[in-house]
Each structure stands twice: as C-alpha cells, then as structure tokens.
Design a protein. Structure first.
Length: 491
C-alpha cells in the first residue's frame, strides 16, 4: 500500500474533494463490480479491494458529477470481514475482486446482490423476494476450483519468455508462477512450456510488432478423470523441435492431448480458426455427478462429457454439479415431459435433463458445441435428445410457427442458460406463447436475470424459487438458478 504524500492535498471542510485529494472513508456498501462504497460529504466513492466496515484513507482518482472513484492508500481500521489475501498479486491482477473478504462475507455479498437486483431492477417486492430466495450454495474449498486456464505469453524486459496475466487496462504481461484459482498442474505445464522456449530459443509473440511465435497457453483439466489438455496458440504454422516440448509435457501426470492453434492475425482475439492435435487426443472427458438437492452429496448417477478446447464448459465442475442438480430438481421431471434447453452449449444441462425427461431439445449458436452435444448424447446412450444449431430467438419462434405435429411446440418445461446479456426479447415472447408449465432460468448475471424475470412474470409466470450457486469464489460473479411456474396451469 502506498503511503507517500499522505500529508498532501488532504481534503477537509464541507466541499467536494478533487482528483488527487486524500479523503477518509468508511465503507458502508458494495457495488455490483465488487468495489467498496464509502460516502464523503454525501457523495459515493468507489474503492477497489475494500470491504464493508473498513475505515480507510483513499486518494480520489476520478470525480464525476454525482460520484467518484478513489484508491485505497491506508487502512486505518479493518473490517471484521477482512482477511489477508493469499495471492500477492491480487491487487495488480484484478481478477479476484473479493479476495480481501472472508469467504462467508463473500457469500453474504452475493446473496445480497441477487436480492437487490430482484428488487431494484426486477421490481419484485421485498416480501416476495424474502419468500422465494433460498440461501446461496457455497463452495467447500473456494480456491483451486477452475478447470480451465489461459495464460498470455510474452517477454520480460530482458527478453526472457514469461507467462502471466495482462495488467489492468494494458497489454503488459505481469509474470505469475501460480494462480490460486487454477489447479496445481497449471504451474507444471507452464514450467515445461517456458523451459522449452528458453532451451530452444523460441520467441514469444510481441503484440506491438506482430513478430514472435508463441501467443497463448490454454490448459483444460478434467477433475473427475485427471485428464489434461494443453493447447499452444501460435503465430505460425508449426513449432520448431516440437518433439522436445511433447516429451516434456508427456512426462506430466494425466497428459491426454497436446494441440496447436494457429492464429497469425494481429488481433486481440485469442484463438484462430485451425487447431491441430500434435500428440494424443483432441479433447478431455469429464463426468458430472447428480447431487442430492438437500445435502448436496453426490449420487451414483453421472453424465460423461467430451470437451474440446474451443467449447464453452462451466469452469467450476464441483459447483456445476450442484447447479445442474438444482436445475433438474426445479424442472420437476418424471420421464413424461418434453423440455427445451436453450443456450445449451455442449449439451451439459440437456443431458442431465434427459435423464428424467421424455424428450429434450437443445438450441445453441456455436456449431462445434452442437457437434459435441450430439456426440455426448450418443456416448451416454441417450436417444431422447435432439439438437439445433442457431439463435434461440430464431430457432424457437420458427419451430413454434411451423407445422410439425410435435409436442415440442407445447413443451412442459423450458430451461434457459443465456450469456450475460440475458435472453433476447423475441425468445422470451415465444416462451410465453409456448406456455410451459415451468421455466427454469440459469443465469450468470443477476441484473439481466431480474429484467427477464419481470418480463416473464408480467406474461403470466410466478417466481417460485431463486437460489445462488457460487461458481466463482474470490470474484464478484455469481450464478443463479430460478424456478418459475405458470399461474394458470395449462390443460
Ligand atoms: N448451458 C450450457 C452453456 C451456457 S453458456 C452450459 O451450462 O454449459 C451460454 C451459451 O449460449 C454459450 O454456449 C453460447 O455459445 C450460447 N449462445 C449465445 N448466444 C446465443 C443465442 N442467441 N442463441 C443460442 N445460443 C447462444
């Protein structure tokens, strides 16, 4: 924490402070971005890396008309919820916005976030929210949970290859040996790749010139299978002396596949279009277990998934089991129902639903993900699924307007799991027309969730259950699963 100039520009008096002024703040609230909020002469200041209850000295970094931003300069008295963050780089990285908070306080923050968005943006009454909002489902171990890592590769000032993360708002790479959200294997893979680059003098990619070869390192890990997949993104078509890299990587326990992705464009987009496997398999498999929704203990039932490097797959596999088990529970299936799973990715939720449904139809915009979904259904011996490539807001209305004599035009349940921007209005309107008895909404953004729930409730649905599941410990993100039922049960 910088202490310089604490005597300078100290703001006193009743006016509003200017940029660079030092102010005293008590953090009384937190923003959706995970910043602490303190009021100074009535004006709200947002301060990163602070916790409700902290008393701090902060330097104003930006002032707008009605609010401002400030940087933590000195902690005068810590909140009881503050802990010593285990990662020495957490302030520079910015990926773990909540690392200074104890885990129970993080969960309380997320619970509150869901509640507030339902009230403020969804227009639900505090009483309704009180009735439907269940306690958030936390993690047993809120570190080392990610099954996926992505490291940019670059050079340090001396020209040595380094891997790390981009410093906030720049493209300078800050080297890291280890990220505490990732599995231990990441570090071993990183070491092997950097040693190979040093030994064989392979130049890292330079963003400003567009020269150099190695751009990114991607790692995927199957928690239940111990399978590791490594993909190097390169600015070229092949690697020199690649046998040496293959040999070093193959010595790592669980190594399952090594691939090269070719990206020769001068762009911020990480991956190019072509991926070739240079050793082993082109995907990892993982198994997701159904859990009991009271105890969250695993049952014996599970689904197997094949995951290729480009496909979307939930990053926290243990919490995903809880999330999908709740989604399945909320769908209320007994093998007689028809279900749509919109935004289905590689069919993760679809196959869980297919365990208990008569028929499940999935819709997803990425063709490769649908190919994976079909393959995953077959690998699990499921014959009651069908998958469509396209936008949910186009596939669903077309299906509804079509003449297929299908009970899929009047499904019993619709499940949605859209990206952060939520569902397209056309998609929501068609859902209302199809009038399923239940809708299950899985969301990664409580703000768009609240907006869409308002639309569905104005269209004839009732909020029954809302439950947060913490998929992303240490970060400000939260996943929510919601059950809605039709107010007038359809005949
Ligand atoms: N249900 C899946 C994926 C959820 S992520 C799982 O749990 O694994 C959201 C998915 O929606 C992504 O796979 C993304 O490619 C897809 N998507 C984004 N916009 C879409 C749209 N308009 N229509 C259909 N799918 C879309």
């Amino acid at each position: 924490m910088k202490k310089k100039n604490t005597q300078d520009h100290r703001h006193t008096g009743s006016g509003l402070p200017q940029k660079n002024d030092l102010i005293l703040l008590t953090i009384g609230d937190m923003s959706v971005g995970g910043e602490g909020i303190g009021k100074y002469n009535g004006m709200a200041f947002f301060v990163k890396d602070t916790v409700i209850g902290d008393r701090i000295r902060a330097r104003v970094t930006k002032r707008k008309k009605n609010y401002g931003y400030a940087r933590l300069e000195e902690l005068l008295s810590p909140s009881p919820d503050r802990i010593k963050p285990p990662c020495p780089l957490h302030r520079r990285c910015g990926g773990c916005q909540l690392q200074t908070m104890s885990y129970p306080a993080q969960l309380a923050y997320k619970q509150n976030l869901i509640r507030n968005q339902l009230i403020r943006l969804g227009g639900f009454s505090p009483e309704t929210v009180e009735q439907v909002l269940l306690p958030i489902v936390g993690m047993e171990h809120p570190y080392r949970y990610r099954n996926k890592a992505q490291f940019p590769i670059g050079a340090d000032r001396q020209g040595n290859p380094v891997a790390g993360f981009y410093a906030s708002r720049t493209h300078d790479i800050i080297p890291v040996q280890d990220c505490l959200l990732g599995v231990d294997q990441n570090r071993i893979v990183l070491d092997a790749v950097l040693s190979y680059m040093r030994d064989c003098q392979i130049p890292p990619y330079d963003e400003t010139t567009g020269n150099g070869l190695i751009r990114h390192l991607l790692i995927r890990y199957g928690f239940s299978t111990n399978e590791l997949l490594v993909c190097l993104v390169i600015n070229g078509t092949d690697l020199p002396e690649k046998e040496r890299l293959i040999e070093a990587l193959c010595a790592i326990d669980g190594m399952t596949g090594i691939s090269l992705n070719i990206n020769q464009k001068k762009t911020n987009v990480i991956m190019g279009d072509v991926t070739t496997t240079i050793w082993g398999k082109d995907s990892v498999t993982d198994r997701i277990y159904l859990r009991d929704c009271e105890t969250f203990e695993r049952t014996n039932t599970s689904v197997r998934y094949r995951i290729s490097p480009q496909s979307f797959y939930q990053v926290n596999p243990l919490q995903t089991e809880k999330l999908y088990s709740l989604a399945l529970d909320y769908a209320g299936l007994n093998e007689t129902q028809t279900v749509w799973d919109l935004y289905c990715g590689i069919g993760t939720i679809s196959l869980f639903l297919a365990l208990r449904a008569k028929k499940v139809c999935g819709v997803e915009i990425v063709p490769q993900a649908i190919a994976d979904a079909r393959e995953n259904a077959a690998a699990n011996g499921m014959t009651n699924t069908e998958f469509f490539v396209g936008k949910a807001e186009e596939v669903l209305p077309a299906f509804y307007a079509g003449s297929a004599p299908s009970d899929m035009r009047r499904p019993d349940v619709i499940v949605v799991d859209p990206p952060r921007k939520g569902c397209d209005q056309k998609c929501l309107e068609t859902m209302l027309l199809m009038a399923p008895e239940r809708i299950v909404y899985v969301s990664c953004d409580p703000a768009t969730l609240a907006r869409d729930l308002r639309f569905l409730c104005d269209g004839g649905y009732e909020l029954k259950k809302v439950r947060g599941v913490d998929q992303f410990g240490q970060t400000r993100h939260v996943e929510t699963v919601v059950m809605l039922s039709h107010k007038k049960p359809t005949a």
